[in-house]
Design a protein around this ligand. Structure first.
Ligand SMILES: [Zn+2]
Length: 70
């Protein structure tokens, strides 16, 4: 599925089994676990992205991801 690349902010791809995140724009390439750590470390606002996957509602105060849906 498409997700936002935490490195270049372009569209990255998450494999259907949630194992890898790759971005062809900037050659970002990590396991999903590493991606979660990378995102959490670099920008706490992205925590709400992860909430979509885990069911958590934490982080929904972030207001800079209006282009995220769909
Ligand atoms: Zn990228």
């Amino acid at each position: 599925m498409k997700i936002k690349c935490p490195k270049c902010k372009e569209t990255a791809e998450l494999t259907p089994d949630f194992s890898f995140v790759t971005c062809t724009k900037c050659d970002f390439d990590m396991t999903y676990g590493e991606y979660v750590k990378f995102v959490a470390h670099n920008d706490l606002a992205y925590a709400d992205i992860l909430g979509d996957y885990t069911g958590s509602t934490e982080g929904e105060t972030a207001g800079s991801l209006d282009d995220w849906d769909d």
